[in-house]
Design a protein around this ligand. Structure first.
Ligand code: ADP
Ligand code: TYD
Length: 206
């Protein structure tokens, strides 16, 4: 576990990128060196895996286990090339998604065994775990609304094309993860960006 590793989680459109940008400004204003990453992706290999994972052409074809392994392949490469070297230099790493996305989406969403995924995460992540994870909790209907109104999004990727009941399971999964995992905090992401950020920033007062 690394104290300088901070992760934001939540269903698609919950506001992770918005809050990470604000956190980045906060830490930069205090003079810290920041590295921002988003999963899957962040290295040549991981971005190539991202293309495979999110391509709508693979809808209905990719098996749940293939999906599980590819997310973890992308993650392992990102850790090896980018995250671990930065953490070891003392850089603050802000991650838009990490291992709990796999527990929420492939575990609670797809219904794969949580214990099996935890074992796999030990392989793909080793001791490289965030010191704090914040889960942005938002109703699925509101996340859909935000995505529909977000002019920067071009079409729906393979995962975003899943039905609402999949995202309901993912959301409930995240709520369970927040209750069960250490150093994991659930935030009400239906609030305004400023109110969410106040809560988030209060975890770093000192
Ligand atoms: P994510 O990274 O989780 O997909 P984004 O930060 O990209 O989410 O936000 C998705 C959309 O919702 C964007 O258009 C963003 O401006 C908007 N948004 C983000 N946070 C809020 C909020 N707290 N209230 C209303 N709209 C928000
Ligand atoms: P992305 O566009 O980066 O996320 P967002 O829509 O929240 O901005 O898409 C990544 C997708 O991959 C997203 O739908 C969540 C999913 N995902 C998993 O299913 N498992 C994982 O382990 C990770 C990291 C992501």
């Amino acid at each position: 576990m690394f104290k300088n590793f901070i992760c934001l989680e939540g269903i698609d459109g919950s506001g992770k990128s918005t809050q990470i940008a604000a956190l980045e400004n906060l830490f930069k204003s205090k003079g810290f060196e920041i590295l921002r990453v988003r999963e899957p992706g962040g290295t040549e290999i991981s971005e190539a895996v991202r293309q495979i994972l999110l391509d709508p052409a693979h809808k209905g074809k990719m098996s749940d286990i293939t999906e599980l392994l590819l997310y973890n392949a992308a993650r392992s490469q990102l850790l090896h090339e980018v995250i671990r070297p930065a953490l070891e230099k003392g850089v603050i790493v802000l991650a838009d998604r990490f291992a709990y996305s796999t527990l929420a989406y492939q575990g609670y969403g797809r219904g794969l065994s949580i214990d099996m995924i935890k074992n796999l995460l030990n392989i793909s992540c080793g001791d490289c775990f965030p010191g704090k994870t914040f889960i942005l909790d938002i109703p699925v209907s509101l996340s859909r609304e935000r995505q529909a109104n977000d002019g920067t999004r071009k079409g729906k990727d393979r995962i975003e094309q899943e039905k609402n009941d999949f995202f309901e399971r993912v959301r409930k999964g995240y709520q369970t993860i927040a209750r069960e995992m250490e150093n994991c905090f659930l935030l009400n992401a239906a609030a305004s960006p400023d109110d969410i950020f106040k809560l988030l920033a209060s975890h770093f007062d000192s």
